[in-house]
Write a protein that binds this ligand. Sequence first.
Ligand code: GDP
Ligand code: IMO
Ligand code: MG
Length: 427
Amino acid sequence: MPAVVLVGAQWGDEGKGKATDLLGGDVDYVVRYQGGNNAGHTVVIGDQKYALHLLPTGVLSPDVVPVIGNGVVVDPGVLLSEIDGLAERGISCERLLISAGAHLIMPQHKAIDKVSERFLGKAKIGTTGRGIGPAYGDKIYRMGIRVQDLLDPGILGKKIEAAVGEKNQVLTKIYNRRGLDPAKVLEEYLGYAERLRPHIADTSLVLSRALDQGKVVLLEGGQGTLLDIDHGTYPFVTSSSPTSGGACAGSGIPPTRLTRIIGILKAYTTRVGSGPFPTELLDEQGEWLRQTGGEYGVTTGRDRRCGWFDAVIARYATRINGVTDFFLTKLDVLSGLERIPVCVGYDVDGTRHDEIPMTQTEFHHATPVYEELPGWQEDITSAKTFEDLPPNAQAYVRALEEMSGAPISAIGVGPGRTQTIQIRPLI
Ligand code: GDP
Ligand code: IMO
Ligand code: MG
C-alpha cells in the first residue's frame, strides 16, 4: 500500500510536473492535494510540451486515475477549459475524480485577489491573481462553496446569494468596485455542474480502498515548502499547505499510510512574486540562470527571480517534510560555469545562522555565506547513469546531498521524460 508524497523543496517550479510524470508508469492514482490553478507544471514528452495548472500530472499517463483532492480550490471554468485543451490533443480526462469536499473558486474571489493586491501597493504578495487566497479565506471563514454544492441547485443558489452578497459589500464599499450579480454567477456555475457531475466522488474513500488493494498512490503537491502558509516565508506564501503534512489533510489519507516523501529540489533556486530570497542574483549571473534555465512563469509568464542553490532551505525542507529522497532537477543548466557558489549559511546582522532565522525580519536581513564548488564544461543532457556525469558534476551532487540531509535518488539532466538519471528506485 505505498502512498508516496512528492513535494517541492524550494519556492515552487522545482520540476514537480516532470518528476510526477516520470513516476506515472509505476503508480495507479495521482492526487493533487492543495493549491489550484496558481500552479504551472510542465511536462515534456517527446516533442510535445504540456502545461498543467489544475489537473494532476497523472492525467498524461493512460493507466493512472487523476484525482483532485479535497484540499484543492477548483475554478470550474478553468478546469473545463484545461480538460477541453487536452481532449483536442488526444488526451482523455474521463477517469478524473474530483473530491466533493474541494472548494470552488468563485468570480468574487478572483475580483478580490486583484483589487486587494492593488490596494497593498508596494507591499503586495505578487499573487497569481487566480482567486486562490480569497477562496481559501472563505473556506477557513466557513463561507466557502464546495464542489458537492454543484449537485444541488437549490443549495447552490442560496450559498451563492449569501457569498456574493457579502463580497459585494467588500467590493463596493472598501474597494470602490462594481458588485457581481448572484443570478448570473448561479447560471454560470449550474452550467459547470452539468459537465463536472460525473467526476465528483468521495475521493478519500476511493483512495483508502485503493490502498487496501495494494494500489500505488502518488500525492502531488502544487507550489513548494517555502510557499507553505505555515512553514513558508509568511506573508509571501500561498494560502495552503504544500508540505507533506498537507498531503494528508488535503487528500483524506492518514499519516500512518504514507510510505515515502520525495522532495523535488532544483540545482539552483528560483522564486516568483514578492518576499525574501537570500541567494537572489540581481546581476547578469541571475539573468544567465533565467535564460539558460528558461525561468519564466508557466502560469503568469512573469520572469522568475533566480539565485544559487541554498542549502539552508534544502535542509529546512528535509526537516519540515521528512524527505526520504530528493529528486535533483536542472543540473544540466549549470554546465559551463567555472565555479558554482552554494549558500551554506546566512549572515544576519553579523551573526552566523545555519538554520532559517526564527523571525521574518531576520530572514529579510540574511545574506548568504557561500562556498564555491568547481564547475564542469561538458554537456550532460544525454547522461544516463551517475558515472556518465563529469567528476565535478558528481562532486556537486554529492555535496548538495551532504548539505541537504537526504539522499539524492534521481537527477534531472534535461526537461524530457527520458532525461533522468535514476540512482535508486523512488517507489
Ligand atoms: P513545477 O511547477 O515544479 O512542475 O515546475 P515548472 O514546470 O513550473 O518549471 C520547471 C521547468 O523546468 C519546466 O520547464 C520543465 O520542463 C523544466 N525541467 C524539469 N526538469 C528539468 C531538468 O532536469 N533539466 C532542464 N533543463 N529542465 C527541466
Ligand atoms: P508551481 O506549482 C511558483 C506564488 C505566487 C505568489 C504567492 C501567492 O508551479 O510550483 P497565490 O496566487 O498562490 O495566492 O500567490 O505564491 N506561487 C507560485 N510560485 N510556483 C507556483 O506553483 C506558485 N503558485 C503560487 O507567485 O508569490
Ligand atoms: Mg511551476
